[in-house]
Design a protein around this ligand. Structure first.
Ligand SMILES: C[S@@+](CC[C@H](N)C(=O)[O-])C[C@H]1O[C@@H](n2cnc3c(N)ncnc32)[C@H](O)[C@@H]1O
Ligand SMILES: [Zn+2]
Ligand SMILES: [Zn+2]
Length: 332
């Protein structure tokens, strides 16, 4: 599988990534302890640099963020009063609830924040080996309101493809996200959305499901893993739909998928009339639509369960009305 963003080898089958995740970020026997720098201390009170491990050559998270802070200072984008926290949010390439601070190898961290320049972002990629991509934050990415222009963040340098491991009682999945274009959600052990799916499962309701605002597909994919017989994915945002197709491919053996077809390519505009862009067969019958949920049931038959997972605070009244043909609607 080729990375759709950088054309390198960022995308690997889920089962391979899951098999090695426990070791991936663990310190080696020679790694120095985590420095635990004060994230709110002024730059001029912090060490100049922290060395990588001499044996495994990996870096602590603090070491990478400190290098990024020093580099931003050298470009005049941070001053001596600013802190490690001012650099931005570190997003590890494969997000997983870790009980310890990760040790990072090459191209394993994406930095997401404000006040970066293109030149500084490119220098971060060149000079700090652990950095894979730099994203300038602009707000919530995706179709926030179907009547308004969608927002997206800006990939300043490198590649923004990363994945989160999603865990539930049904098992684990790997959900890839082209992160500058997809809303950031952090994976946690007690992920509340997964708890909702688990409850629905015990009520026997995860058999015929529409994931109406699917984003990269986390909920619908988990329904497939839970043994659903039919799952329909839909999103109006082209990057979300592209991510769903990539995630079906990356998780195909975990999901028991035999065959994936791509009836039509997703157009690079916010979807209106739903178009069937993916179809998969195997243990579950899967359809992927690129379009407005308000019009989805003009293209596919209603389901027993329709999941509506909008951005926090968004009004779902119109969408609920449009999905009334389904037996049950659950707002996530
Ligand atoms: C909170 S995100 C979904 C996250 C996803 N369920 C997950 O767990 O990864 C909301 C999604 O709804 C999509 N969206 C918003 N309004 C829509 C509409 N009317 N029709 C289709 N998609 C819409 C956005 O593009 C965004 O991807
Ligand atoms: Zn890539
Ligand atoms: Zn080491």
């Amino acid at each position: 599988m080729i990375c759709p963003v950088c054309k390198k080898d960022c995308v690997r089958p889920a089962e391979e990534v899951l098999a090695e995740i426990e070791q991936r970020y663990q310190a080696c026997l020679a790694c120095a302890p985590e420095p635990n720098l004060d994230k709110t201390a002024r730059a001029d009170l912090l060490p100049e640099r922290i060395k990588r491990c001499r044996s495994c050559r990996r870096a602590t998270l603090d070491a990478v963020m400190l290098d990024a802070l020093r580099l931003l200072q050298s470009y005049g984008l941070r001053d001596e009063y600013e802190t490690l926290r001012s650099v931005g949010s570190p997003l590890i390439e494969v997000g997983y609830p870790l009980a310890y601070s990760p040790r990072l190898g090459p191209r394993s961290l994406i930095i997401f924040g404000e006040r970066y320049s293109k030149k500084a972002a490119e220098a971060m990629l060149r000079e700090i080996p652990e950095i894979k991509g730099v994203i300038l934050s602009r707000g919530v990415a995706g179709v926030v309101d179907s009547g308004e222009k969608p927002q997206e963040n800006v990939l300043m340098a490198g590649c923004d493809l990363r994945a989160d491991i999603s865990q539930s009682l049904f098992g684990e999945l790997l959900v890839y996200k082209s992160q500058s274009q997809i809303h950031i959600e952090f994976s946690r052990h007690s992920a509340p959305k997964m708890k909702i799916l688990e409850q629905l499962y015990f009520q026997g309701k995860l058999r015929d499901v529409v994931d109406g605002l699917c984003g990269p597909g986390t909920l619908g994919l988990m329904c497939v893993l839970a043994g659903a017989k039919r799952v329909v994915f839909n999103d109006a945002w082209p990057p979300a739909v592209q991510n769903v197709l990539l995630n079906l491919e990356a998780n195909r053996s975990l999901l028991g998928i035999d065959e994936i077809e791509y009836p039509e390519p997703a157009k690079n505009v916010v979807g209106k009339q739903p178009v069937l862009v993916g179809r998969a067969q195997g243990s579950c019958e899967i359809e992927v639509y690129h379009g407005d949920l308000l019009r989805l049931f003009s293209r596919t038959r209603p389901a027993q369960l329709c999941l509506i997972d909008h951005f926090p605070g968004a009004n779902t009244a119109e969408l609920e009305k449009a999905c009334r043909c389904c037996k049950e609607i659950v707002i996530i």
